[in-house]
Design a protein around this ligand. Structure first.
Ligand SMILES: CC(C)(COP(=O)(O)OP(=O)(O)OC[C@H]1O[C@@H](n2cnc3c(N)ncnc32)[C@H](O)[C@@H]1OP(=O)(O)O)[C@@H](O)C(=O)NCCC(=O)NCCS
Length: 296
């Protein structure tokens, strides 16, 4: 499209990219909302700050995977699209991707995706896809398999919570075995992402090193990233997160390979729904694994 340039992202693009992301996903949430869903809310100031800090971290770790589209006909700094991806060992992941509604359907998304994918250099790939028809079309054309995902919402019936044993708080010196577990489940360790997550979220791990597993739990008590070698460990970790939940909670990114999570959610009296896809290329869909937000 004339006047729109796709170029590597810089730190001074972050606030403009955050605004573009907030507007893009609010509109996408509105367009795909089911009648039973609550009205999507604009991103809060706190969430906006967290988004900028998280993307600043990714930009510093692997800037070659981070791209923006800028419309030169508008004010300087006018970011109209973004694709933020990262390489970790043999894995490429796409943390976030979008084009402003006013600029969609003009080929900008394809150019951003081409730039981010060139950075992958043949690595395996993983990311979430919304159900947006332009998004799913673009991903399948780029060679990704689309695996439908479920998500569970509701307020945990606390009378169902079991006494969870065999877990302890995680520490920085757990990261080495956590990376080894990641490699078994999703090709590559999270590497520096664990450092970032440890600083911002609560980490719980399995005490039994023969049955390793971990979960990051956010300040609302939601499981943000969960990995385990065995489904029983994964279930204990998810119960731990559900016990920490406050009010209405959400467990998402559940593929059919993760029915252990459905069994926990149903026992806790959460409701199952369907939401988007997990897109993978060059790897199997991870089992005993719930990918987390921007970190997959
Ligand atoms: C997904 C998204 C980034 C694509 O960006 P875009 O600039 O609109 O994409 P393009 O114009 O390059 O089009 C991509 C492909 O999808 C098609 N397409 C675009 N919008 C479409 C629509 N509403 N319905 C069907 N196909 C559509 C295009 O024809 C194109 O296919 P082609 O290359 O074979 O012609 C953008 O639509 C978006 O931000 N959506 C909302 C947020 C979102 O879902 N992000 C992805 C989250 S994982």
């Amino acid at each position: 499209m004339d006047g729109v340039r796709v170029r590597p992202m810089r730190e001074d693009d972050l606030p403009f990219t955050e605004r573009a992301s907030a507007a893009t996903f609010l509109e996408a949430d509105r367009a795909t909302r089911r009648v039973s869903d609550p009205q999507p809310e604009p991103r809060s100031a706190t969430a906006a700050r967290q988004w900028v800090e998280r993307m600043r971290f990714l930009l510093r770790v692997d800037p070659g995977g981070c791209w923006v589209a800028v419309d030169s006909r508008q004010q300087s700094g006018d970011v109209v699209g973004f694709a933020i991806s990262q390489n970790r060992e043999r894995l490429w992941y796409l943390a976030t991707y979008g084009v402003l509604p006013s600029h969609q359907g003009q080929g900008i998304g394809k150019r951003l995706m081409d730039a981010a994918l060139a950075h992958a250099e043949g690595r395996a790939g993983i990311f979430f896809s919304s159900a947006h028809p332009g998004a799913t079309r673009r991903y399948r054309l780029a060679g990704f398999s689309l695996h439908p995902q479920m998500r569970m919402v509701g307020t945990v019936d606390r009378s169902t919570l079991p006494a969870v044993d065999g877990l302890r708080e995680g520490r920085a010196d757990d990261v080495e075995w956590m990376d080894a577990l990641d490699r078994r489940l999703r090709v590559a360790g999270h590497g520096p992402d664990h450092g970032y997550l440890l600083d911002s979220l609560r980490l719980m791990v399995s005490r039994d090193r023969r049955k390793p597993g971990y979960v990051y739990i956010d300040d609302r008590g939601r499981a943000s990233l969960l990995a385990a070698a065995h489904p029983e460990t994964a279930q204990r970790l998810l119960w731990e997160a559900l016990a920490a939940s406050q009010g209405r909670t959400l467990v998402n990114c559940i593929t059919a390979s993760n029915e252990w999570a459905i069994d926990v959610g149903l026992a806790a009296r959460l409701d199952i729904g369907q939401e988007g896809y997990l897109a993978v290329r060059g790897m199997a869909v991870p089992a005993n694994y719930l990918a987390g937000g921007h970190f997959l």
